[in-house]
Design a binder for this molecule. Sequence first.
Ligand code: APR
Length: 228
Amino acid sequence: MRIAILTGAGISAESGLGTFRDKDGLWTQFDLAEVATPEGYGRNPAKVLDFYNMRRANARDAKPNAAHHALGRLCDTHDVTLITQNIDDLHEQGGAKDALHIHGSLFEALCAACGHVWPHRDDMSVRDVCPDCGTAGTVRPNIVWFGEIPYLMDEAVAAIRTADLFVSIGTSGTVYPAAGFVEIAQEAGVGTLELNLEASGGRFDEVREGAASVIVPKWVDDVVSAKG
Ligand code: APR
């Protein structure tokens, strides 16, 4: 069975990383226009780098939860394409391979001058220099900001269209293009399942509500045992 999975911040919530739109979510504490747009970066790069330095430090300390580990197990037994909106590395720590980070990664840097991308786990500052083109002051997190084009979309959409099942986990389904993935699955006749703390309101064939660390391992056990 081929499974295409989309995850959002909700799967990392129980690992201590905030979500965006829940009560006390990140976007209730920060103005996303100032810290998650190219315009905000242009106006005040130091402020944007500090915002992601804080999130990177939190993500460095976070540990994968039972949901991340369950998806890692599923990748070992099934043909899974894991598409994540998350910029942490908890899916990789949980054993998933080749996750498609369509919103980028906290642990990569991008040079705004030459486009070079390299691994970067430490704090960033406006004094950083690109190791490829040598330009100073153009180093930013390799994260897709509002108004920018998500990564790996052709690969993600192709996997959804050719899957037997599309599963959405821990996302409010409010940010496109990821929010449109369930419609793409429906149009392609692919079965759709949502595993979320509460139903997001998207058009899914089945919705299971609950904490990811509880309902994702249960669902994976059901799938793995059904395979025999
Ligand atoms: N278990 C399962 N689901 C949970 C849990 C949990 N423990 N906690 C929260 N959720 C659900 C919430 O009910 C909500 O539907 O996770 C979802 C989180 O929604 P958002 O905060 O909107 O996060 P997400 O959907 O990932 O946001 C998408 O928006 O800001 C941009 O680029 C950012 O990738 C992000 C995108």
